[in-house]
Design a protein around this ligand. Structure first.
Ligand SMILES: [Zn+2]
Length: 253
């Protein structure tokens, strides 16, 4: 199984959202990642990043949220353009997994018309709950006609242990991580926004945009346990780690 890390956008936010000790005037530029896993039984995309329209008119797509989460991506910084660089179109994607249904993780869902979708059932509930839009759930992103399987616990996607979906709730009610075991490069945990930055994990700091801090702390301890067992953790939005990862064509395998 090959694993390609793709650029799904870029956001500018207040640094204090993630690290509460930062001054409120400080900003941080965050990568948005999507991960393509090329399993022998199908191509899986973990998260679909920001919709390309947010580059030109973020408020048109996101409303008021575009002020707190400002897209600073270029026109090519989206998962569809990134797949094209690998010679793939959205038709080549069999499965889409959404770590959660915030706009920077499911913004391009509608492009993947042939795919089956997976997310946690609590996330689907949250996206339909009261105040969902204010909480970052934009219907244009997550409401698609494609079939979605709402899972409850862990899920071994292909039944061979290579790609496991793991509930890591706390950032949102149904945040999922993915554990990928590769033959050459070892095991990777895509932690998504369960752990946004390396600092959040190491210093056990809860970001301000956490839905349930107790659940998030349990998930953080679970990620620490998985990291101790030898997996490399890929953080949801870490700009330092982003510069160090192999990306695009330069795959892990
Ligand atoms: Zn995010």
């Amino acid at each position: 199984m090959k694993m390609h890390i793709l650029n799904g956008g870029r956001l500018r936010m207040r640094k204090s959202v993630y690290l509460p000790e930062a001054d409120r005037s400080e900003t941080i530029d965050l990568p948005v990642s999507c991960v393509l896993l090329r399993h022998s039984q199908g191509n899986v995309l973990f998260d679909t990043g920001c919709h390309p329209d947010t580059v030109e008119n973020a408020e048109g797509r996101w409303g008021a949220m575009a002020r707190a989460m400002k897209p600073i991506a270029g026109p090519e910084d989206n998962v569809v353009s990134e797949l094209a660089k690998l010679g793939l179109t959205p038709e080549n994607i069999d499965v889409v997994v959404n770590s959660h249904l915030h706009s920077d993780h499911c913004g391009c869902n509608a492009f993947f018309k042939r795919a089956s979708f997976f997310c946690h059932y609590k996330e689907l509930e949250a996206a339909q709950g009261p105040d969902a839009v204010q909480k970052g759930y934009i219907p244009a992103d997550w409401q698609t006609p494609m079939p979605t399987e709402a899972i409850q616990g862990e899920r071994d996607l292909f039944g061979d242990g290579r790609l496991l979906l793991l509930p890591l709730p706390g950032h949102t009610p149904g945040t999922l991580g993915a554990l990928a075991t590769l033959s050459r490069d070892g095991t990777f945990l895509m932690a998504a926004d369960a752990i946004a930055l390396r600092d959040n994990l190491d210093r056990e700091i809860m970001p301000r945009n956490t839905w349930d801090p107790d659940a998030a702390m349990n998930s953080l301890q679970e990620v620490k346990r998985i990291e101790k067992s030898g997996a490399k953790v890929i953080f949801g939005h870490d700009p330092v780690q982003w510069t160090e990862l192999r990306k695009g064509e330069d795959a892990y395998e």
